[in-house]
Design a protein around this ligand. Structure first.
Ligand SMILES: Nc1ncnc2c1ncn2[C@@H]1O[C@H](COP(=O)(O)OP(=O)(O)OP(=O)(O)O)[C@@H](O)[C@H]1O
Ligand SMILES: [Mg+2]
Length: 275
């Protein structure tokens, strides 16, 4: 199959919500990606969770699944994507990343075409495609976000995470991403979450044409640590906790985001392939 045909076969996936979960290191991107994926699936969506921490992925541990093959086996043509995808709770599929310490920008043309091929052959077209991105504003990381188009920026109540969020907004807005979905994580109260959001809005006011919306607030919950130790996501271990409800609300707001013409998994892969 040539490149154009592959892209065409991906066009059927243009209605997919592709969401890059971004933010400072340690702010909660991976636990949010995992639990958001489960919350979306609980509401009936087909969900694909992509661990884009190519060297240091940990979604398999968080989701309690064991990696047999990785995306590198797909890239090298050794196996089909279906063999690599891991089955997690609620039918969530996980695409594990571990390919040494490489990042997407260093993939060879052959590996990139393997990646495109892999996405074109997804057994079921997902409704939601969550990308857990590495921390930092390195170029290859920014590429995941511009390819995804929907950026879910995670912020907590520590000043460095706020400063990092502003840096993301500044850099991404220069790459034509102007709308940011904000999730405030690990705050003691909803009121404090809202206060933090308004502070971020005020701080971001100096950037032209940038809009922020409050996608959700996830409360600080000591059971999060317990769920990580148990390798069972909070949504599964403590489904009635406040934090679990926060993930459900976050999933609900995500389904209301508008899909732009230039989005979806076809666009995502096309963009990655154009590096
Ligand atoms: N809502 C929460 N309540 C309690 N603890 C939390 C919450 N969110 C995150 N944490 C804690 O923060 C830690 C870091 O979370 P996580 O690994 O998801 O961050 P990350 O942004 O993915 O980090 P990295 O940049 O290293 O990939 C978790 O191990 C957990 O203990
Ligand atoms: Mg992480």
């Amino acid at each position: 199959m040539n490149f154009k045909k592959l892209i065409a076969s991906l066009q059927r996936q243009s209605q997919v919500h592709v969401i890059a979960v971004a933010g400072k290191g340690g702010v909660g991107k991976s636990v949010i990606s995992a639990n958001l994926a489960l919350a979306c699936a609980e509401q009936g969506a087909q969900v694909l969770l992509f661990d884009a921490n190519l060297g240091l992925g940990n979604l398999d541990l968080l989701m309690g699944v064991q990696v047999k093959h990785t995306i590198s086996d797909v890239l090298s043509g050794e196996c089909q994507l279906a063999e690599v995808l891991l089955d997690a709770a609620h039918g969530v599929k996980i695409l594990p990343a571990a390919i040494g310490d490489e990042h997407i920008a260093s993939l060879s043309p052959l590996e990139l075409s393997g990646l495109i091929h892999a996405f074109s052959e997804l057994p079921k077209v997902p409704d939601v495609f969550v990308v857990d991105t590495p921390s930092g504003i390195a170029e290859h990381n920014i590429h995941f976000m511009t390819a995804a188009q929907n950026v879910l920026l995670v912020v907590n109540d520590e000043l460095p995470s706020l400063i990092a969020a502003l840096a993301f907004i500044k850099v991404l807005s220069s790459h034509s991403i102007t709308n940011f979905h904000i999730v405030i994580n690990q705050v003691p109260t909803e009121a404090m979450g809202q206060q933090l959001f308004y502070q971020l809005v005020a701080d971001a006011a100096s950037f032209d044409n940038v809009t922020l919306d409050l996608a959700g607030i996830i409360l600080n919950d000591p059971r999060m640590h317990e769920s990580i130790t148990a390798q069972t996501p909070l949504m599964m271990l403590f489904p009635h906790s406040y934090a679990a409800n926060g993930f459900r609300n976050l999933a609900g707001s995500l389904f209301n985001w508008k899909k732009s013409a230039s989005s979806g998994s076809a666009y995502f892969v096309e963009q990655l392939a154009s590096i």
